[in-house]
Write a protein that binds this ligand. Structure first.
Ligand SMILES: Cc1cc2nc3c(=O)[nH]c(=O)nc-3n(C[C@H](O)[C@H](O)[C@H](O)COP(=O)(O)O)c2cc1C
Length: 450
């Protein structure tokens, strides 16, 4: 398997040419790129779009890369409904990365005065956004004290020629690395890869223990080691086949105003003080695509869902082996279906979910006869199998996302679980009505002129 974005684009061109649209007309990076993605989404069209001619920058912008499940599945060689299994397989059989002497990402190397974030497309996504944001940057960093590596998406707000702010969710792994470095009074070296094969993107979003290496999960998804090269200005390792890499440091004890920004929750959150990034080098391929993700749209939401569902499935399965399915249908929300073999297992599933993902705030557990991919069925189970005074679990004062506007204090939140399984058991519950099977098999609509 080839590990770059371009090889994936070639695959799309070959197998589904309508899924890739090239726009040569000039586009304004302020609002127009996101605006066009929103318009396409309203028409239920989800192609990858390449804007060749972006006002104010020499870099073409590629967007909407992850906007369909079938595209994400193709990227990891899975059937659209087999992504969970493929992803779990990669988590269970990670392949460590391999360092190579050089790679395409070194075709152009810019250091010192030649570094300018203003040369990149200055993409403003939504009304009220405080300025241009880089939304498809995957951070690569190492624990300041141990040989533990981490990857994640972290959005960057361009704050100067060589300065950005960064959003670090409290409690997540890059935040933990930075906290350690800050306590030592040191900057944290980091690099951001922009424009990667979707398997790298999916691997970066793996959720697990801090010592699980996302780069090896990327290898598991590729079926071969991820190729890495060393940065020019630090010993951070980055994907050799990325379109562009920003080499940087997160500074200790510095904060800067960031936002408002239109968040993945669908809200425009106000200004906050955030950590500061100093950029030391930019390296890129010749003719590099600058990747943009339209925040809070399908491109963003579908991408995050696969790794979160895989982790939650793994966590629930450890507790309740008869789990059937896990779905994350909306921000902070998880549905679980399971075959409850003993009373109490639904509650255990709620505890497993809330204990294994920082973001999840609401869990609904249903029996195996309810399809969690159908919202109406889940709502029906909540309405007809649930007594709130008995089946609702509320956990107060926990840590969640700092982007949830309903929390009185950023990220300090209550969480809840709903046991919407039949009690005492599905077998003993009031039966569901149905037309006799024999009648359904015999009836043919056309016999009745229907
Ligand atoms: C497009 C996109 C943008 C994201 N932006 C941020 C961000 O700015 N800050 C953040 O903490 N997490 C962000 N996330 C979520 C993290 O990347 C995700 O929670 C990741 O798994 C964290 O890594 P960790 O579990 O190794 O700490 C984003 C995810 C996506 C898909």
């Amino acid at each position: 398997m080839t590990q770059d974005l371009r090889s994936f684009l070639d695959l799309v061109k070959r197998c589904k040419p309508d899924d890739l649209v090239i726009v040569s007309r000039e586009v304004d990076p302020a609002y127009e790129i996101t605006g066009l993605v929103v318009k396409l989404e309203r028409e239920r069209r989800r192609p990858i779009v390449v804007f060749e001619n972006v006002k104010g920058s020499r870099f073409p912008v590629l967007t909407n890369l992850h906007a369909t499940r079938s595209r994400l599945a193709a990227a990891i060689n899975a059937a659209p409904d087999g992504m969970l299994t493929t992803y779990l397989h990669a988590m269970e059989r990670p392949i460590p990365p391999r360092v190579v002497p050089t790679g395409p990402v070194k075709e152009v190397v810019l250091t010192g005065e030649r570094v300018s974030l203003y040369d990149l497309p200055q993409i403003v996504h939504h009304e009220r956004d405080a300025g241009p944001y880089i939304t498809a940057a995957i951070s690569f960093a190492r624990d300041p004290e141990h040989e533990i590596w981490n990857c994640a998406y972290n959005r960057l707000m361009i704050q100067g020629r060589d300065r950005t702010s960064i959003h670090l969710t409290i409690g997540k792994h890059l935040w933990e690395f930075h906290k350690k470095a800050e306590a030592l009074g040191r900057p944290l070296p980091v690099a951001f890869a922009i424009g990667v094969h979707p398997a790298v993107a999916l691997g970066a979003l793996a959720i697990g223990s801090i010592d699980e290496d996302e780069r090896a999960i990327m290898g598991g998804l590729f079926g071969e080691p991820l190729e890495l090269v060393q940065c020019e200005t630090s010993d951070i390792l980055v994907p050799a086949h990325a379109e562009l890499v920003i080499e940087a440091e997160i500074l200790p004890h510095e904060r800067v105003a960031e936002g408002p920004f239109g968040e993945f929750t669908g809200y425009s959150l106000g200004e906050r003080q955030r950590e500061v990034v100093r950029v030391n080098a930019i390296t890129h391929r010749q003719g590099a695509y600058f990747h943009d993700i339209s925040v809070a749209h399908l491109d963003h939401l579908l991408l995050s869902t696969v790794p979160i569902e895989a982790n939650l499935y793994r966590a629930v399965r450890a507790m309740v082996p008869s789990v059937r399915a896990v779905r994350v249908p909306a921000p902070f929300t998880c549905y679980v279906s399971l075959e409850q073999r003993a009373p109490g297992q639904a509650k255990n599933a709620i505890l497993a979910v809330l204990g294994s993902d920082l973001y999840i705030k609401r869990v609904v557990v249903v029996d195996q006869d309810v399809d969690v991919f159908d919202d109406r069925q889940v709502t029906w189970a909540m309405a007809t199998r649930c007594q709130p005074d008995r089946d609702l679990l509320v956990v107060t004062h926990a840590r969640g996302s700092d982007l949830d506007p309903s929390a009185p204090q950023d990220g300090y939140t209550a969480k809840w679980g709903v046991d919407a399984t039949a009690k005492p058991s599905l077998d003993a519950y009031t039966p569901r009505h149905r037309v006799p099977r024999e009648v359904m098999e015999r009836l043919r609509l056309e016999d009745f002129g229907l």
